[in-house]
Design a protein around this ligand. Structure first.
Ligand code: FCB
Length: 452
């Protein structure tokens, strides 16, 4: 006998999909857009898989109306996208490029006309190259520039956008971009990494009141990529490695955001690496801890940490015999439950959203044109079930955004990894909703699903 369990969500649960500007827009140099650090990085030989770049990507910059129609047909209630800072301020600061602002203005209106609620991310990694040239995130002036940018965008869109996200995954900005060199701008420097942690958080905190002023009644938050960390064994060494990993990936960001200062053990570790948190000035920590309306989390996997492979700030899956996506990331849905409970009961954010969750599988169209991506469907389903479990435990989870609406430029992996619930043929730019997209549409319609 098959036992079916019904998983249902509250009436006002926010069902969405997420993207980011550089990953889908293309048109990198059109209508007055400035160069971003991702343009520079991907145009530099040897940085991205097979020299792929976002010059054209999904050509969403030109196809946005069709893409919005597609979202509507999938019944999406919300859409999380990011704004390309260099489209709006080509030099990072100063002169505003109205054509860039107009583009996002039309996009927001197009969403609202289709009944889709916009969630705007201000920084999803495409810093204007001009600001990198004056020191980038390791420079305090970039945090000041971010606030000016947040001001310009929210003055224009603040009457219609009610949900604002300052940063996407500052851990990636800091560590992937400044420590491991695998993301733009490609530095490998502990001092720059520490300064970037502080300046991204500071720019977030400074921007919160600006967004509130320009967008009255709006909800403001930040999106992190916290990880459910488990020691590989109960040995003292593995336990210590897990504590440090949790410190580097989770507490380093969450503690200051929730008014607890930078964690002493992580600061000590960073100092051993020859870096410091000397970029912290009086008043900064109060600014960073500005109260927010939600904490967004991006969740894909977990980290099983052993002393042998830690600490380097990277999630390590040490168990060889586990199910993995094509990114090599372990599929472990209970980590979402663990993470949501830990974050809520430890930090008490006003509310939470899952701002990204999804899986890379390359299943493409079969001879009939259908994309049978059963593994992705199961991945999303099993994570949603864990999200619901966390809600039953008392976590105020308000929404879920699948990553991603469509296949796109997956940063250093180029187009080799497909996360979309919609297939993209990069030669023709044809979009084909995969089975997971139709399933997700029905989940939204029914506000739930059957778990068989
Ligand atoms: C997250 C990013 C997103 C995408 C997914 C797979 O870290 O925010 O842009 O690359 O991973």
């Amino acid at each position: 006998m098959t036992v079916t369990k019904q998983i249902t969500f509250p009436q006002n649960f926010i069902w969405g999909a997420a993207t980011a500007a550089y990953q889908i827009e293309g048109a990198w140099d059109e209508d007055g857009a400035g160069e971003s650090i991702w343009d520079r990085f991907s145009h530099t030989e040897g940085k991205v898989h097979e020299e792929h770049c976002g010059d054209t990507a999904c050509d969403h910059y030109h196809r946005w109306q069709d893409d919005l129609d597609l979202m509507q047909s999938l019944n999406l209630r919300a859409y999380r996208f990011s704004i390309a800072w260099p489209r709006v301020l080509p030099d990072g600061r100063g002169a505003v490029n109205l054509a860039g602002l107009d583009y996002y203005d039309r996009l927001v209106d197009g969403l609202l006309a289709r009944g889709i609620r916009p969630f705007v991310t201000l920084y999803h990694w495409d810093l204007p190259q001009a600001l990198e040239d004056t020191g980038g995130w390791p420079a305090r002036s970039t945090a000041e520039a971010f606030v000016e940018y947040a001001d310009v965008v929210s003055r224009r869109l603040g009457d219609r956008v009610t949900d604002w996200i300052t940063h996407n995954e500052p851990w990636c900005t800091a560590f992937l971009g400044h420590m491991f060199g695998v993301h733009a701008p490609g530095h490998r420097d502990a001092a720059k990494t520490a300064a970037t942690v502080h300046h991204t958080l500071l720019s977030h905190g400074w921007a919160v009141p600006v967004l509130r002023r320009n967008s009255p009644g709006a909800r403001v938050g930040i999106v992190l990529n916290p990880v459910d960390v488990t020691p590989a064994t109960q040995s003292q060494a593995d336990l210590q490695a897990a504590v440090l990993q949790d410190g580097l990936m989770n507490r380093l960001f969450l503690d200051p955001l929730y008014g607890r200062n930078y964690p002493a053990d992580v600061v000590a570790y960073v100092e051993q690496q020859g870096a410091t948190f000397k970029s912290v000035q009086p008043g900064d920590l109060e600014a960073v801890a500005a109260p927010t309306d939600f904490l967004g989390i991006n969740m894909y996997s977990r980290a099983v940490v052993s002393a042998a492979d830690a600490p380097d700030g990277k999630p390590m899956v040490t168990d060889k015999d586990v199910e993995r996506t094509e990114m090599g990331w372990e599929v472990y849905p209970p980590a979402l439950y663990n993470l949501l409970c830990r974050l809520y009961f430890d930090y008490k954010p006003a509310s939470l959203i899952i701002a990204e969750n999804g899986a890379s599988y390359s299943d493409g169209p079969d001879e009939t044109g259908r994309v049978v991506d059963t593994r992705r469907l199961r991945y999303i389903r099993d994570h949603l079930a864990q999200a619901r479990r966390a809600m039953d435990a008392g976590v105020p989870l308000k929404g879920y955004f699948v990553w991603s609406l469509m296949d796109n430029f997956e940063w250093s992996f180029g187009y080799s990894q497909r996360f979309g619930i919609v297939w993209v043929d990069y030669d023709t730019q044809q979009r084909i909703p995969k089975d997971s997209a139709f399933w997700y549409r029905d989940v939204i319609t029914n506000n739930g699903f059957d778990l068989i």
